[in-house]
Design a protein around this ligand. Structure first.
Ligand code: NAD
Ligand code: DAU
Length: 346
């Protein structure tokens, strides 16, 4: 069987760095090219230990069309796993411009490049459950048929990129699928997001900032389960179980309130002196996300494997044992963000 040549966009970010590793474990991939702009959330350290000869890193932007076109042709790329994005909701509330540029403009570039090569290049577009909007407490979880109803600027740019992908499938016949996953956790997540922020603050004894009442619900999935789903979705596209234009949802079957998450982290850290502090709510804060995994189970034979209590313990230990990584991540930019975002609260 022909070996696959893959391009991963955003491979120095949290999920991308796990996907790159997982692709290299598989014998099906003869080449894995990681293209990343190394923005504040993308770190070379995230892939520094990868020594596989099939792996290659390119420092570039998905918005640079000419470079992308030449690279894809030169490297004879068969599939693009597109993860590069601006990913933090709070930052999108502060300033939408980079979100429009990267999430919409960057996806536009990738689509145009695929079209212009004139060859079949598969696209696995990594989207999010946030495009479906917010659920009430007793609503049924999102399915792939749930209406698209984004409620914050980040989610709106992701939804726009999903629509662009679908329009290129329909208009130009490109071979693309879309995955929509719930909240990921695990090693190497940038500590602006809830779980790593609470772990770092908990280890240091700093306050634990909870937006509003903390009863918002997310469905947490370990990042390794997510990347296994992404690879299974690509397999599905190749073997005909999925068709161009198909959407596939992934979730952890693990709904928890933010307060439950933070209490669990503090309990597992053990001797933390940190205390929860309720602070002003996120603007437009979505109340609940939940995913129906039936399609992924039935069509891809995928299911989440990592149990929350084990996954969060392993994640906390990873942050405890990787001080060098933490010190390299919490640069001036990170400190600026934390002091700006929480300035009225601490
Ligand atoms: P992240 O912020 O950790 O990583 C994003 C990466 O994209 C970084 O390495 C960054 O340098 C890179 N990047 C940004 N702009 C770029 C550009 N113009 N060109 C090239 N690279 C660029 O994000 P993440 O949490 O790993 O999320 C990855 C993808 O998965 C995103 O598309 C996100 O929307 C989606 N997603 C995330 C979650 C989650 O819980 N984190 C859940 C569902 C879907
Ligand atoms: O659902 C998938 C999405 O999950 C992804 O598409 C996004 O890229 C990812 O960032 C994540 O979005 P959330 O907004 O759900 O994640 P975040 O970790 O920022 O927040 C999780 C919850 O915790 C949310 O209800 C807001 C709350 N929160 C977050 C922070 C940073 C707090 O209460 N305090 C905080 O300081």
């Amino acid at each position: 069987m022909k070996k696959i040549r893959a391009l991963v966009t955003g491979g120095c970010g949290f999920i991308g760095s796990h996907l790159v590793r997982q692709l290299l474990i598989s014998n099906n991939f003869e080449f894995v090219l990681n293209l990343d702009l190394l923005t504040y959330s993308g770190h070379p350290e995230n892939c520094a230990d990868i020594s596989d000869s099939r792996y290659c890193f390119k420092h570039a932007s998905i918005n640079d069309k000419q470079n992308l076109l030449e690279l894809i042709k030169k490297e004879k790329v068969d599939v693009i796993f597109h993860l590069a994005a601006e990913s933090h909701v709070d930052r999108s509330i502060n300033s939408i411009e980079p979100f429009v540029r990267t999430n919409i403009g960057g996806t536009q570039t990738i689509l145009e490049v695929i079209k212009e090569t004139g060859c079949r290049i598969d696209l696995v577009h990594i989207s999010t459950d946030e495009v479906y909007g917010s659920l009430g407490k007793n609503d049924a979880p999102f399915t792939e048929k749930s209406p698209i109803s984004p409620r914050n600027p980040y989610a709106a740019t992701k939804a726009a990129s999903d629509h662009l992908v679908q329009s290129f499938v329909n208009t130009y016949g490109i071979s693309a699928i879309i995955t929509r996953c719930s909240n990921n956790y695990g090693p190497r997540q940038f500590p602006e997001k809830l779980i790593p922020l609470m772990i770092l603050n908990g280890i240091k004894g700093d306050p634990l900032p909870i937006y509003g009442d903390g009863l918002q619900i997310r469905d947490w999935i370990h990042v390794e389960d997510h990347v296994n789903g992404i690879i299974a979705a690509y397999d599905g596209l190749r073997n005909g179980n999925l068709s161009p234009g198909d959407v596939i949802n992934f979730g952890g079957e693990n709904e928890k309130t933010n307060l439950e998450i933070v209490n669990e982290i503090i309990k597992q850290i053990g001797n933390s002196t940190s205390e929860i502090k309720h602070i002003k709510d996120r603007l437009g804060h979505d109340r609940r996300y939940a995913i129906n995994n039936k399609k992924a189970k039935d069509v891809l034979n995928w299911s989440p494997k990592i149990i929350w209590v084990n996954g969060i313990e392993e994640t906390i230990n990873w942050y405890k044992n990787n001080e060098k990584w933490i010190n390299s991540i919490i640069s001036g930019e990170y400190r600026n963000w934390i002091s700006k975002q929480y300035k009225d609260d601490f």
